[in-house]
Design a protein around this ligand. Structure first.
Ligand code: GTP
Ligand code: MG
Length: 344
């Protein structure tokens, strides 16, 4: 599978949804971290990126994901803020996504930013699944940590199951009101046509194996059909944040969604006073399963390929802007690349 892994690019999975519905906690559970606990006021204020290797996915998913069935190197998860003031960041995250997870608190149901996220997904034509989160808060719940949803369902009382089902059917009804045909995921045949709803808990991990299995299936299918791209080509990315880094000055946290970027290459970056032309001094890679927003121990590498979250150090990045494009020039005409960055 090594050869395959090099040809299919890592899919980008955006996690969207209303504030506090559990997006960051879900990613914390998958990557084994506690980013949510460290957040000021417990809300996410930036877009995050975490590369989760296939190995981690299959460990979390147990028998539901057999790594031999997939040519994908893993999944690149993009965390987005749910607070109403971060509309731009949600759109930016949505625009980067190949596929998405819409997180909905199963008790709270649809809320304003759930609808806003749906709108973004509809506009960008992004295939998505719904994670009906916090099933462990159902009264009388008998938690089955880390288990697939079928096993956890079987362990519940009739009452608890009924309460959960009522909430799940409300969510399916809301989706239908918005024009999406949706059902519980095990009844969905084609996830690009119908929306699958996956009941889960970001705290107990119940149902997360199911979510990962659906995401892997959807990604593999989507990447094969839509993403025959050349990961060796000149890199293209989007700036998440401009950050001071000791010894490097201003650096860029970037989601590289296409191609490769190498040390010493010339890049063009969108800046407050027009495009910046500069040379990559260092590429700093977060460790696998690390959130780029909180990572402290980056590994210096000579090159990286899409899709990944990476830190790029280069001179003259002080005026670079979050949301701006990053382009590797390589063998293309510099003026053309500058014009491309200006146009975006
Ligand atoms: P924003 O990024 O600000 O939009 O919020 P978020 O969607 O990332 O929510 P976050 O992960 O920060 O979780 C909000 C609160 O809900 C935290 O206190 C979590 O511990 C709690 N929470 C998240 N998922 C679950 C769950 O499955 N079960 C329970 N019981 N609590 C959860
Ligand atoms: Mg969050």
């Amino acid at each position: 599978t090594q050869g395959h892994a090099e040809t299919l690019r890592t899919p980008i999975v955006a996690v969207l949804g209303h504030v506090d519905h559990g997006k960051t906690t879900l990613l914390d559970k998958i990557r084994g971290s506690a980013v949510s606990e460290g957040e000021a006021g417990a809300i996410t204020q930036h877009i995050g990126a975490t590369a989760v290797p296939l190995e981690t996915v299959s460990q979390m998913a147990g028998s539901l994901v057999n790594p031999d069935d997939f040519d994908l190197p893993g999944l690149l998860f993009i965390d987005t803020p749910g607070h109403h003031s971060f509309t731009t960041l949600r759109s930016r995250g949505g625009a980067l996504a190949d596929i998405a997870v819409l997180v909905v608190d199963v008790n709270d149901g649809f809320q304003p930013q759930t609808l806003e996220a749906l709108d973004i997904l509809q506009r960008t034509g992004t295939p998505f699944v719904v994670a009906a989160n916090k099933i462990d808060t159902t009264p009388g719940w008998n938690r089955q940590d880390g288990e697939p949803i079928q096993k956890t369902y079987e362990a519940q009382s009739k009452q608890a199951r009924k309460r959960l089902d009522e909430n799940l059917y409300k969510i399916i009804g809301n989706l239908s009101d918005e024009g999406f045909s949706a059902d519980l995921y095990w009844r969905v045949q084609n996830f690009t046509k119908n929306i699958g709803v996956v009941p889960l808990s970001a705290i107990t991990g119940e149902g997360i194996p199911d979510l990962l299995a659906v995401l892997m299936g959807l990604s593999q299918r989507y990447m094969k059909e839509e993403m025959e791209i050349d990961v060796d080509g000149p890199g293209k990315g989007t700036v998440l944040e401009v950050k001071e880094e000791k010894g490097f000055g201003a650096t860029l946290d970037v989601v590289l969604y296409d191609g490769t970027v190498k040390e010493d290459e010339t890049i063009v970056v969108g800046g407050a006073n027009g495009p910046i032309v500069t040379e990559v001094r260092a590429i700093l890679q977060p460790r696998p399963n690390a959130e780029i927003r909180t990572e402290k121990r980056f590994n210096r590498v000579e090159s990286v390929s899409a899709a990944t979250g990476t830190k790029i150090a280069a001179p003259d990045l002080e005026d670079a802007m979050a949301g701006a494009p990053v382009r590797v020039v390589r063998d293309r005409d510099l003026d053309e690349v500058i014009a491309e960055v200006e146009a975006e």
